[in-house]
Design a protein around this ligand. Structure first.
Ligand code: PEP
Length: 253
């Protein structure tokens, strides 16, 4: 019922040439039949979005940005609007990634404004949530993730949830090589789905895709994806190699 979604977050990596090569390499490596059962997306650096859009022309790979600003235009130096993203063929915006929360200081309130702006502009959203190691050790995982979802989605209607994907990314697992076990991932994903029932309805909860992110790689993709509430992967490091990312896409169907 929920089509798995495997998304690659390239973070602040690649160059104009390597972004183009990665995008076209990926487009060529994925068997076109796979798109019937899995959605694939890439999230390059802003400055290479147009280059990647050109390289992906004619492919079914979705394009997304790693960030967006909530204002439409004006004196917001360094920021990128939803319309600008649509202008370079983005259909998704990744919002609330842990590096933006914890390195760049984004709050749940700012993230919520971005989610509203993106959906209002016709973009789909990946809302990323996840706890720090100390929060997990203090048994605060559920409370932290719950607050991030409640505040991040405040005011988003059941209808608008059709444009929202949630990514559960335990911060201690991102870029560290430490993956959450399949059981740890399933536990939090099930909690998130139950929360969506409470906030919205069983129907919305059943339809919303929840990705796992945090050192996902070819060797653990199938095991993570075998969880009933894991509907995709948000992949950082392993999305920078065509063969690794392609292997994870194959492992997810
Ligand atoms: C990410 O950037 O969202 C991520 C999960 O990174 P990595 O796969 O490298 O841990």
């Amino acid at each position: 019922m929920r089509k798995p979604f495997i998304a690659g977050n390239w973070k602040m990596n690649t160059s104009s040439d390597s972004a183009k090569a990665l995008a076209s390499g990926l487009a060529g490596a994925i068997d076109s039949k796979l798109y019937d059962s899995v959605e694939v997306g890439v999230f390059p650096p802003m400055v290479y979005l147009q280059t990647v859009a050109n390289a992906l022309a004619g492919s079914k790979i979705s394009l997304g940005s790693q960030n967006v600003y909530f204002e439409g235009n004006g004196a917001f130096t360094g920021e990128t609007s939803c319309e600008m993203l649509k202008d370079v063929c983005c259909s998704y915006a990744l919002i609330g990634h842990s590096e933006r929360r914890h390195v760049l200081g984004e709050t749940n309130e700012l993230i919520n404004k971005k989610v509203h702006a993106a959906i209002a502009a016709g973009l789909k959203v990946i809302l990323a949530v996840g706890e720090l190691l100390e929060e997990r050790e203090a048994e605060k995982t559920d409370a932290v993730v719950k607050e991030q979802i409640e505040k991040g989605l405040a005011g988003i209607t059941a209808e608008q949830m059709a444009d929202v994907v949630i990514a559960y990314e335990p911060v201690w697992a991102i870029g560290t090589g430490k993956t959450a076990t399949a059981g740890q991932a399933q536990e939090v994903h099930a909690m998130i789905r139950a929360l969506l029932v409470e906030i919205y309805s069983q129907e919305v909860a059943d339809a919303t895709r929840i990705q796992y992110g945090g050192s996902a790689k070819p060797g653990n993709a199938a095991e993570l994806m075998a969880n009933p509430d894991v509907d995709g992967l948000l992949v950082g490091g392993a999305s920078l190699k065509v063969e690794d990312f392609a292997a994870m896409i194959e492992a997810s169907v």
